[in-house]
Design a protein around this ligand. Structure first.
Ligand code: P6P
Length: 362
């Protein structure tokens, strides 16, 4: 008990604490310090200690496995001739890269064989994947297996994004089980394949949890609990593709110009996972708005907008569509009618997103 008391006194969650029964819930963003080299709070152990639902635990563990396998594929792409094009196009008409196809196959195999899924929606597949009855389970997963893959061949970070719904209808899964408001999402996450491979997950009504892959163990290790946006909005950073600015509406143009006049820094990777991860950890705002050329924006509702919106709101931020189909909407309130539907994305710290929303209101 002594080590735990010492940890608790310092506001740390000891990995030695009984599963899910940590003496003190840590304050925001507290580093989880593993004082004991013989003890590892792995993703699997964290899931078992914090989700009482074994099927959901299995599902999340399988997503973790697929993220590890994708991380390995990205890391060896140059050596294993995995750079370059696969010679086909995906549901969005984007040219598929070899790693797009491989990562998609990895996630589909992991999810279908988890026994926990009924319906899968992937950016790489035009049609939803209906899991055969003998392997079907309670959940539906929408995912982008390798978002930002155009950055792969120049070794810029990419990522996986996913959202999990619980199926509410009896019988074989259908798209109706996943074409639902973002408020029905039970879990969401992303994995960033960068200098480190980091997995960020959140369960609706709970906190945002950060894990880093230890390649020597092949395990995601819990590093931060209850991740929150920096107090007061954090660093003054705006993140957007300014190449689209000639087509933006006035409130967006006015806000970005205001940023430039108020000592904001521009940061844009071009991979949503990287730009959103930085925004949550450092502060600021990420904007991919609707514009004259793309009235629905570019990013996809089910496997980009919704998961990032749940994570962002759970971390104390705001996720809006900005002006979209005639009104300014909270992203998670959307109800998609098409599995590859797009929506504008304006997400980040309340300090920054509210400045955009005020411009729409005025
Ligand atoms: P643009 C990557 O292709 C992606 O889907 C997101 O990861 C990223 O935020 C966005 O598109 C980048 O789009 O038009 O700036 O290249």
């Amino acid at each position: 008990a002594a080590p735990e008391a010492a940890h608790a006194a310092r506001g740390l969650v000891s990995p030695c604490a009984p599963f899910g029964l940590a003496a003190n819930m840590p304050k925001d963003n507290m580093q989880v310090e593993n004082m004991d080299e013989a003890d590892f709070m792995t993703l699997g152990r964290w899931l078992m200690g914090n989700t009482k639902d074994m099927e959901l635990t299995i599902l999340m563990a399988q997503l973790g496995l697929a993220c590890k396998a994708t991380s390995r594929a990205c890391a060896k792409a140059g050596i294993a001739n995995l750079f370059g094009m696969a010679g086909d196009q995906n549901s969005s008409g984007d040219d598929q890269k070899k790693l797009d196809v491989l990562s998609n196959d990895i996630f589909i195999s992991a999810l279908v064989n988890s026994g926990a899924c009924s319906v899968l929606v992937s950016e790489e597949n035009e049609e939803p994947i209906i899991v055969p009855a003998e392997k079907a389970g309670r959940f539906c997963v929408a995912f982008d297996p390798l978002d930002g893959s155009s950055n792969i061949d120049c070794n810029v970070s990419t990522g996986t994004i996913f959202a999990v719904y619980e199926k509410t209808t009896p019988g074989i899964g259908t798209t109706a089980d996943i074409l639902r408001t973002g408020n029905d999402i039970v879990a969401a996450g992303y994995c960033m394949y960068g200098a480190a491979t980091e997995l960020v997950i959140c369960f609706k009504g709970s906190g945002v949890e950060r894990f880093a892959l230890d390649p020597s163990l092949g395990e995601f290790i819990h590093t931060h609990t209850n991740v929150q946006f920096p107090e007061g909005g954090g660093k003054k950073i705006y993140s957007c593709n300014e190449g689209n600015s000639p087509n933006w509406d006035l409130p967006i143009l006015d806000y970005i110009n205001w940023c430039k006049e108020n000592q904001y820094a521009a940061r844009y990777v071009g991979s949503m996972v990287s730009d959103v991860h930085r925004t949550i950890l450092y502060g600021g705002i990420f904007v991919y708005p609707a514009d004259k050329k793309s009235p629905n924006g570019k990013l996809r509702v089910l496997y980009e907008g919704f998961p990032m919106a749940l994570i962002c709101e759970t971390a104390g931020g705001i996720a809006s569509t900005g002006m979209f189909k005639g009104s300014v909407q909270r992203m998670l309130d959307l109800v998609p009618t098409n599995i590859h539907e797009r929506c504008p994305v304006i997400l980040g710290s309340p300090r920054d997103v509210n400045m955009v929303l005020e411009r729409y209101r005025s």
